[in-house]
Design a protein around this ligand. Structure first.
Ligand code: ACO
Length: 379
């Protein structure tokens, strides 16, 4: 019988050396390649942040212009990929459509030789550039509309908004979407990143790597939580119900969506930035009741769960911001994926630099030396 100590959920077990991002969970600090995420959210743009994550350093002006240019020129998706999206059930979740489309991209763009740096970089560009197009195309198709072609005169955030609504975002809205993409771009060794690294460690092609990571992100304990937060706020309905709802959830040991984190034991710094962004959006669009509910919930839960280190995570305010921008709820997690693909790919490239296939141990708790009884002798 195995004597290995099991750490459920691999808590505190390092699985790789990584230089992509860093979290100090006690001091609410998140850095991408050493730069605070708050600084990036206000000073940078998604394209520059992606370059930083992928390459390790901020780009020069020329490097950023070239990178941006490559992204803009790879936004279109093949008509057969659009046909594939058209063949999917329109009631299906867009995350599943995204996962299917990304897996299929591996057939349109064979990239089996992951030792080829040039081909890997082309895959990186294609994936970052095309994910927004896939998400927007599926959204249009499921409503019976034709997909809107990407525009190469708009930046990443602005073009995504355009492809969803066929209208350009105001500069304030564009900045909010861009900042949301930056905030979601990377987050150390989370479940989807680990999943991508495990798949990458088999030397699978990058489209398979990213589709595995997308699948992992769909779960409500991970990226799916931002949708559930809005369901929860919908259930609570009024500020007067908040305290009783929280008491009931705590008594019945119900997980409160948008709260808690494996690493942060204080408020997630991304939630703090998102809250500031939310205030900016609401200055224009009006303050939704769900935001007031969320603020009250944060206050009540700080009294009740704060001492246990259960505080708001990034998902608590992101859905409220997206909803205020008119984005449908089931696109919240796909937007997370559009951003996180930059982090997943940075980890994939890092994994390949010093690869060893992941093959962990298990603690066997089953029978041994069991007797095989022939079927004829069994009742
Ligand atoms: N509501 C109520 N209690 C909670 C919550 C919560 N949201 N999160 C943790 N706890 C409690 C647990 O019940 C447990 O209590 P116990 O020790 O008395 O049994 C303790 O805190 C530890 O919780 P775990 O679930 O073991 O913590 P873990 O690190 O495994 O899980 C997770 C982290 C999945 C994020 C968890 O906090 C959770 O389920 N949160 C709600 C879902 C969510 O918001 N997910 C998004 C995370 S951020 C992201 O992926 C982008």
């Amino acid at each position: 019988m195995s004597q290995i100590e099991l750490r459920p959920g691999l808590a505190d077990v390092p699985v790789a050396e990584s230089a992509v991002s860093y979290i100090d969970g006690k001091n609410a600090r998140l850095e991408y390649r050493g730069i605070a995420v708050e600084t990036l959210a206000t000073e940078s743009c998604f394209e520059e942040t992606s370059y930083l994550l992928l390459k390790g350093d901020l780009p020069t002006q020329k490097q950023l212009a070239d990178f941006d240019d490559q992204l803009r020129h790879h936004r279109r998706i093949k008509f057969r990929l659009v046909d594939l999206l058209k063949s999917l059930p329109e009631t299906g979740h867009p995350m599943y459509a995204l996962q299917a489309a990304v897996a299929a991209m591996g057939m349109f763009y064979p990239a089996r030789d992951v030792t080829n740096a040039q081909s890997n970089w082309e895959s990186v560009i294609r994936l970052i550039a095309k994910l927004p197009t896939v998400v927007a195309a599926f959204h249009r198709i499921r409503h019976g509309d034709e997909p809107i072609k990407p525009r190469d005169d708009l930046d990443h955030a602005g073009n995504f908004f355009w492809m969803l609504f066929e209208k350009e975002p105001s500069p304030a809205v564009r900045k909010v979407i861009d900042a949301c993409l930056i905030l979601h771009a990377e987050h150390t060794m989370n479940a989807s990143t680990f999943s991508g690294r495990v798949t990458g460690s088999t030397l699978a092609n990058p489209y398979t790597v990213i589709s595995a990571a997308i699948g992992t992100l769909t779960g409500p304990l991970h990226g799916g939580a931002n949708e559930e937060v809005l369901d929860m706020l919908g259930e609570i309905q009024t500020i007067g119900n908040v305290r009783a709802w929280c008491d009931d959830a705590i008594t019945n040991k119900k997980k409160i969506m948008g709260f808690g984190h494996r690493v942060y034991k204080v408020k997630d710094p991304r939630a703090t930035v998102l809250q500031t962004l939310a205030e900016c959006v609401f200055a224009d669009a009006g303050r939704p009741a769900s935001y007031d509910l969320a603020v009250e919930m944060e206050k009540v839960l700080a009294e009740k769960l704060g001492s246990k280190g259960i505080c708001p995570n990034v998902d608590f305010y992101s859905g409220i911001v997206y909803k205020a921008l008119g984005i449908p709820m089931d696109l919240f997690t796909p937007i997370f994926a559009i951003a996180r693909v930059a982090g997943w790919l940075s980890h994939w490239l890092e994994q390949l630099q010093n690869n060893r296939i992941y093959r962990p141990e298990q603690v066997y708790v089953g029978k041994t030396s069991a007797v095989y009884v022939p079927l004829a002798k069994r009742p």
